[in-house]
Design a protein around this ligand. Structure first.
Ligand code: HEC
Length: 256
């Protein structure tokens, strides 16, 4: 594991093309640890369900990012109805709540003081369990629990995104080596005039749609655009051969 290059991306950030932080969001460096960090523990259980009162507002929050080397997820969440109370945050991998077990080390309490508006004990961080740092694509479902009635709100990765975040932590050595030796030169010659090849960016393109939503070696964005589908600005640049045939093989190495 230590020999592997650790890398990560959250593809929804790439989709939106919005790498700039949103107004009012925070990153790890904006968080100051307080009160023993944000790990869960005894006393972090969700509040008992209470009838939803009129005027109750769902928690507002974001997944700001996942650190490429440590696999630490950070973000913020607050409940407008109880701004002085920390929100409980739950983490699930590869399926929403109810379909999979809550992940190890979850829930955590968002109790890290946030430097940006709204200021308060709203920052959280969570270390992805080692088993998911395998370089494969995983979906991460992060929920903030309403402090009044325990109702879960899925925290998004950006204003534009919907659904869970997708990430890769750790690289697949075979996938990266195949990209470098075989896919990259072919992309450079067939697509390079307009799209400079880049491992991370091409992997993000290839991860759309995610394998959990039916993505495959031959229906991903990189392949389809290369084949001139989905209204590709430059038409079919693969014919029936490379680089699309290579993309298909690369997909299998990365995501299977
Ligand atoms: C002559 C320039 C040109 C070449 C060569 C070209 N493209 Fe494109 N590509 C475009 C343009 C213009 C768009 C934007 C319109 C669209 O979305 O199709 C685009 C969009 C894309 C997108 C979606 C947007 C993005 O950046 O992710 C993908 C994926 C893509 N191309 C893949 C490829 C692949 C793979 C090849 C080579 C097999 C290729 N393109 C060759 C011009 C080109």
């Amino acid at each position: 594991m230590q020999a592997k290059v650790i890398q990560l991306l959250a593809f929804l950030v790439f989709i939106s093309g919005c790498l700039a932080p949103e107004t009012g969001t925070t990153t790890k460096s904006n968080l100051t640890t307080g009160g023993g960090g944000s790990s869960g523990g005894s006393g972090s259980a969700p509040p008992p369900p209470a009838p939803a009162g009129s005027g109750n507002i769902a928690p507002e929050g974001r997944v700001n990012g996942i650190d490429a080397t440590s696999g630490i997820v950070s973000g913020w969440v607050y409940d407008q109805n109880t701004l002085n109370q920390s929100v409980t945050v739950e983490f699930y991998f590869d399926g929403p709540v109810g379909s999979v077990q809550m992940a190890a080390g979850s829930p955590v309490v968002a109790n890290v003081q946030r430097a940006f508006t709204p200021v308060g004990p709203y920052g959280y961080s969570y270390n992805i369990p080692q088993q998911y740092k395998d370089g494969k694509q995983h979906l991460l479902y992060v929920y903030g629990l309403d402090t009044t009635n325990g109702t879960r709100s899925l925290l998004k990765i950006s204003d534009f995104a919907s659904g869970p975040s997708s990430f890769f932590v750790g690289s697949t050595a075979a996938g990266m080596s195949y990209y470098n030796s075989t896919v990259q030169p072919s992309l450079a010659s067939a697509c390079g005039n307009c799209h400079g090849p880049n491992y991370i960016v091409d992997k993000a393109r290839m991860a759309l749609p995610s394998k959990f939503s039916g993505g495959s070696g031959t229906n991903n964005n990189l392949y389809r655009k290369g084949m001139g589908l989905d209204g590709h600005g430059a038409g079919n640049r693969c014919g029936s051969g490379p680089p699309c045939t290579l993309i298909n093989t690369w997909w299998g190495l990365e995501f299977n």
